[in-house]
Design a protein around this ligand. Structure first.
Ligand SMILES: [Zn+2]
Length: 109
């Protein structure tokens, strides 16, 4: 299996998708006694669709309560605006102000 799996969110252990017999795909956490996922495993039926779901489900991570998910493009616009303002004291354009308002709204959730 060549699918990229994120490491364990608790201990950093690496994972890979294994094929179990002819019918199943499996992700199994290795033996790491200190980890809450010690020897945990999940299996999905063996098909291309199910493999995609298995990889996506494993790789999806919750966002900690004190963080927000910000699109990279929005963060880039706001970052560049901040740098410009610091360097050149440039007045923000309407699109810059819209990006700042969007980021402000995300941070107030
Ligand atoms: Zn772990």
């Amino acid at each position: 299996m060549t699918e990229q799996l994120k490491p364990c969110p608790f201990c950093g252990a690496k994972h890979q998708v294994e094929t179990v017999a002819r019918d199943w795909y499996r992700i199994r956490h290795p033996e790491v006694e200190e980890c809450p996922l010690n020897e945990w495993e999940i299996t999905y039926p063996q098909s291309a669709d199910q493999l995609k779901y298995l990889v996506n489900d494993w790789n999806r991570r919750a966002i900690p309560a004190d963080q927000v998910l910000v699109p990279r493009e929005l963060l880039q616009v706001v970052f560049e605006l901040a740098v410009e303002r610091l360097q050149y004291q440039i007045k923000p354009s309407p699109s810059d102000e819209a990006a700042v308002a969007e980021l402000r709204a995300l941070l107030q959730r």
